[in-house]
Design a protein around this ligand. Sequence first.
Ligand SMILES: C[S@@+](CC[C@H](N)C(=O)[O-])C[C@H]1O[C@@H](n2cnc3c(N)ncnc32)[C@H](O)[C@@H]1O
Length: 208
Amino acid sequence: MQAGESQRARQGGQGRSSSSLTAMAQAAVAERLAPGMHAIDATVGNGHDTLFLARQVGATGQVYGFDLQACALAAASARLLAAGVADRVRLIHAGHETMAERLPARLRGGVQAIMFNLGYLPGSDRQCITRAVSSLQALRQALEWLAPGGLLTVLAYRGHAGGAEEADAVARWLQGLEPSLYQVGQQYGDAARGTGPELGLVYRRPNR
Ligand SMILES: C[S@@+](CC[C@H](N)C(=O)[O-])C[C@H]1O[C@@H](n2cnc3c(N)ncnc32)[C@H](O)[C@@H]1O
């Protein structure tokens, strides 16, 4: 396995350039997420993004992480414990489409960063993938929790069964967001546009 392949396997492994788009998403979040703030990892997986978020929010901040797979949460939990940041993360064994029921109401409109890394967990059950319908439910809910000036990132993949349908649905959702409320950016992997991974960046404009 080459260095780039090993990085892809750790971060998502679902096509060329997923690692660079993951890094791009984290870099964008790092500009806005500071100690003491709140963040959501909507797809915890092995916990790479969760760990990144936990480091960003520091000892006084809080991260909420969702995943359907117990094995993913166990791996993430071990990673967070080893890094000494487990106390600033609440891992929730549930679908992200239930986030509105599970997050503290006081955080509505107060979460500075929300990350989605869709698809399947590398090395795990490929039947447990994110799906267009529930991903869109979760993305819509997530906007309710995003703070003015906050950032939502969504990385979608086309290479697996159902991936193209999901990526298309996400792209349509991004295009339909109200420009006076959200600034939307899209980045594409180095495969031809429409075949590789796609990163959406949704900035909630500050309240005027
Ligand atoms: C590409 S992986 C996430 C990788 C993760 N960011 C990391 O750093 O390891 C996608 C994850 O989404 C999870 N998932 C699938 N459907 C979900 C849902 N409805 N809600 C939350 N997580 C879901 C899968 O179990 C899988 O762990």
